[in-house]
Write a protein that binds this ligand. Structure first.
Ligand SMILES: Cc1ncc(COP(=O)(O)O)c(C=O)c1O
Length: 393
């Protein structure tokens, strides 16, 4: 048996994915394939390190000590062939917390922030919450993937006087891994118009066969723009430890560092994380390489299984190529139904998933499915999906 086949009861653990179902979908018994966390255990070494830390018994304010901060540096060197300086890495409890810091620290009220559509919802909600404007630049859909329209992208930057662009690398929800030349074009255009780039790379460890991840900082350094970009990332998606809350941003520009630090002071965002987060991160990065490879291959098999069933039973569904992440994006526009009907039917068929409106997608009717669960759960989930879609035919 593959270790990822194990069914782990998560109900009653305060799991947002399970225990939040009643509140969010009105039915606690749905099969949850929505929020981006996994139904898998962390690598054994992470649990062991946490137990050891727990046994110490004292949990006062905790700093990232050098012993901890070397782990991400070594991880990125090994997995992504990029060297980050430890002095450029700063910790926060979550990627969105870092994003908020970038927005309040590096832009002014009423400035405009841009992201590519469809988009992870908080990329809109964080700037608007901070009284910034937002504008979406649409990605263009081809048969089974999404691409930039660079002319449109530049036009939007100019017309809206954009100050900061959020690059989602790889992209949630389309699962797209951007190629080096695409990142290059994005950075060139942003440089030309004085736009700061924030590259959210939280999904960059889960890259599917046949694809490879390009860190935006690598491209920025090549172009001489490393001072115009900030990287946000974390081990939390990769190792399923969002509940432990650890993330970091990488910034090489000294002036940005000062501005972000000022924002830290008045937002009270601190790198004094909980006593377990650094320990978990260190253990995951030090021991988790094989885990990530096995996990990626398991997720990809889930994807292939889903694709095969849909091709057989719901051929009208357009399945977007899964290049990265465990989130797959299905276009069901050809059904010609309203998104509201779709949402009602999905719940009726026992499934909790997210759809277009959660990603500010207004042209197509799409469903995002979280594939990070045991194969038997995927089988049940896809059976429910097929039944929902066939009801709507
Ligand atoms: C692209 C992206 N960024 C950030 C987050 C949230 O990360 P965090 O929980 O660390 O704020 C998610 C979660 O799904 C995500 O998909």
């Amino acid at each position: 048996m593959n270790k990822f086949d194990e069914i782990i009861e998560r109900r009653g653990t305060g799991s947002v994915k399970y225990d939040g179902l009643e509140m969010l979908y009105g039915d606690a018994d749905l099969l949850p394939m929505w929020v981006a966390d996994m139904d898998f255990k962390v690598p054994e070494e992470v649990t062991k390190a946490l137990v050891e830390r727990a046994q110490h018994g004292v949990f006062g304010y905790t700093l990232p000590d050098p012993n901890h901060t070397i782990a991400p540096v070594e991880w990125h060197e090994k997995r992504n062939s990029i060297s980050y300086d430890r002095e450029s890495i700063f910790f926060t409890s979550s990627v969105l917390c870092s994003l908020n810091l970038m927005i309040v620290g590096l832009t002014e009220e009423d400035d405009t922030v841009m992201m590519s559509m469809p988009t992870y919802g908080p990329f809109v909600k964080v700037p608007t919450g901070a009284k910034r404007n937002w504008v979406g630049s649409s990605l263009v859909k081809s048969e089974s993937t999404y691409n930039y329209d660079f002319e449109e992208f530049e036009k939007q930057l100019i017309e809206n006087d954009v100050k900061l662009y959020i690059l989602c690398n790889p992209h949630n929800p389309t699962g797209r891994v951007w190629l080096e030349e695409e990142i290059e074009r994005v950075l060139e255009i942003c440089h030309k118009h004085n736009v700061i780039v924030i590259s959210d790379e939280v999904h960059s460890d889960l890259i599917m066969p046949g694809h490879s991840f390009t860190p935006a900082m690598k491209v920025a350094r090549k172009l001489g723009y490393s001072e115009e970009i900030v990287i946000l990332t974390a081990p939390t998606k990769t190792f399923n430890m969002a509940g432990l809350q650890v993330s970091y941003y990488i910034v090489e520009n000294e002036e940005y560092k000062v501005k972000i630090n000022e924002a830290k002071d008045y937002t009270h965002v601190s790198d004094l994380l909980n006593s377990f987060s650094y320990v978990a991160m260190k253990a995951a990065y030090e021991h988790g390489s094989d885990y990530v490879d096995e996990l990626t291959s398991y997720i990809y098999s889930n994807y292939l299984y889903m694709k095969e069933v849909l091709a057989d039973k719901c051929e009208f569904v357009k399945v977007t190529d899964l290049q990265a992440t465990y989130l797959t994006w299905l276009d069901v526009s050809s059904l010609g139904i309203s998104e509201e009907n779709l949402r009602v039917q999905l719940v009726k068929s026992g499934l909790a998933v997210e759809t277009s409106q959660d990603f500010f997608e207004i042209n197509d009717v799409c469903i995002r499915i979280n594939l990070a669960c045991p194969r038997s759960v995927i089988k049940e989930g896809i059976t429910r999906l097929v039944s929902a879609l066939n009801e709507l035919r």
